[in-house]
Write a protein that binds this ligand. Structure first.
Ligand SMILES: [Zn+2]
Length: 290
């Protein structure tokens, strides 16, 4: 294992010191495996490396279900987790310590109260989970097979959302002067409603003889800018939108331009380069090394 495992507990101020702990070859190999990272310039890659190393040094990675953690697994998870905070204060990921990794999907106990008031308990398979004040849990199989969906970015977006209080699709905006909570809520609600309407229209248009779970139905849902799971609630809308924002932003930017612009302002990144000169340049309001 690389040296970073001995550095647990690193504070954000250690961020520059820890970057050197990722060997150059492993770093380049990891970057090349993720096409959505190829847009980053040299300055941004350095910032990503610092944050990746800081995550590796400050979080405890735990293999569960018999999974033997390797440097490759750690690096693949950390680099994707670091992307959302590339231009944000790393302290937004503080207040919890563990990243638990299962070999594949894992079972989570759930509870639902039916309309009759009866509580139903059941278990559900999950690819990822982010607990409020607790660990991020990931399925390594799902981390590896991520295409347009990205379970790491999804769960870490939930972490950012939770830093803002409840999981409601609104992250902490206290370090974003000029980005008011009222404006966030208004654009979020409007974009969420428009997405739900678009999903409903697709569902109505799918011929009755097509199974909604079939690959044939997938071709219909592919017309949407986001996975239908985004319609679950505002928290999932923010998490799924964040995946799309970083991995395949074009359909999102075309369908929901105000929401895309708001995500650019929040993440201080512009994956499409459409807001050149403002969000494209890294401009953290607080130097993470200070
Ligand atoms: Zn989620």
């Amino acid at each position: 294992m690389f040296r970073w495992l001995s550095g647990r507990g690193a504070a954000p101020r250690d961020i520059e010191r820890t970057a050197a702990s990722i060997p150059a070859q492993a770093w380049e190999r990891t970057l090349s495996g993720y096409p959505f990272l190829h847009r980053l310039d040299a300055h941004e890659r350095d910032a990503l490396r610092q944050r990746t190393a800081w995550l590796l040094a400050s979080k405890s990675f735990v293999g569960a279900g018999g999974l033997e953690l390797t440097d490759d697994i750690l690096l693949c998870i950390a680099v994707q987790a670091a992307l959302p905070i590339l231009a944000l204060d790393p302290a937004l990921y503080e207040g919890w310590h563990e990243i638990i990794v299962y070999p594949g999907g894992f079972m989570i106990p759930r509870q639902d109260t039916g309309p009759d008031g009866v509580v139903h308990e059941y278990v559900q398979e999950a690819a990822g989970e982010a607990w409020d004040g607790g660990p991020v849990i990931l399925s390594w199989e799902d981390v590896q097979t991520a295409g347009d969906m990205n379970v790491v970015i999804h769960e870490f977006a939930h972490k950012l959302d939770l830093q803002g209080g409840d999981a409601d699709g609104q992250p902490d905006l206290s370090q974003h002067r000029g980005l008011s909570p009222a404006r966030w809520r208004s654009v979020l609600e409007d974009s969420f409603d428009r997405f739900c309407d678009a999903l409903e229209a697709i569902e109505d248009a799918i011929p009755a003889d097509v199974d909604p779970e079939s690959p044939e139905a997938d071709a219909w849902f592919a017309q949407l800018p986001l996975d239908p799971y985004a319609a679950t609630d505002e928290a999932e809308f923010f998490a799924v939108s964040s995946e799309a924002f970083f991995v395949d932003a074009q359909p999102l930017a075309v369908a929901l331009p105000d929401w895309y612009a708001l995500l650019c302002a929040y993440y201080r990144q512009d994956p499409l380069g459409t807001h050149a000169g403002s969000a494209r340049a890294l401009s953290p309001q607080r130097d993470p090394a200070s």
